[in-house]
Design a protein around this ligand. Sequence first.
Ligand code: TYM
Length: 327
Amino acid sequence: MARVFSGIQPSGDLHLGNLLGALVNWERMQHEHDSVFCVVDLHALTLLQDAETLRSQTIELAQLLLAVGIDPEKSILFVQSHVPQHPQLAWLMECTVSYGELSRMTAFKDKSNRDGTKFVSAGLFTYPALQAADILLYDTDFVPVGDDQRQHVEITRDIAERFNSRFGETFVVPEHFIPPAGARVMDLQRPDRKMSKSEGESPGTVFVLEDPKKIEKKFKRAVTDSESEVRYDIEAKPGVSSLLDILGAVTGEDPESLASKYEQYGPLKTDTAEAVIEMLRPIQARFAELKEDPAETARLLKVGADKAEPIASEVLARAKHNIGLLS
Ligand code: TYM
């Protein structure tokens, strides 16, 4: 059976982009593949975090993943720092990737140039090596992610191929799985930018735990354009196309054929808001239940780590042996 691996950072609140770009596919793929999902707390350390906030966000994110439908009976769900093979393999990855390759990562360029970023950690730069370790430790075939992670999966493939050609067959070379709709959910106020876990008031970001009334308002105020034709055209009509993309991702319909059903922007906004709210309703209800018992979530995560570790440790041993470390 093919193996699926993916990860998500416990920083900021979960938003519609995370859900449509990645998590709905995690949920779907777990029924068909051997699946491993990880809350990547070590990745979150690349930017300064408040210790208590990080701890509570890690548990909360795990509860959200369970609420979305990640089933710990079907998938392995764990926290990255509970499986020490991740940072161990990351060092071997750092020695297999070049400074030049890491310098070309757009996520690094974006985050290190962000307004107000005074301290750029070395971890932010070497981040893709840790991500490659995450993926390669599980002999992963498919990595379900949003479009912004395409480059990180590409560099993982390059690292795996280089390691294999230098030291002999060691790693499975993974492929990304990027969905046809929802891979790049855009900010509702700035449709030229992807939706992200931005700070403070975020009129362009829809959060998974947000109040339905607020969500409705955000969609009503979504930026479109001064025309009135509903057409899927990302270049010419980014705002409208982004709404069609969201509606398509939620309903499973093709955004272009959805466009033909609308003559005005108003009904498109209302229907998109409604579809999103209906999708989020059961997730919010399930989350409210899970939130009551953080100890049970922590227990499930430990069980997950106990299942992940033997897989990771076998692959790490293979890599250490092939690269010439004494066993
Ligand atoms: P992160 O935590 O930023 O995002 C988690 C997932 O959400 C997707 N995503 C989006 N999809 C569509 N539209 C958007 N606006 C949007 N914003 C975010 C991301 O593509 C991602 O799939 N580096 C990764 C975490 C990671 C990882 C891994 C992923 C660490 N190790 C190994 C896969 C495999 C990240 O920061 O994702």
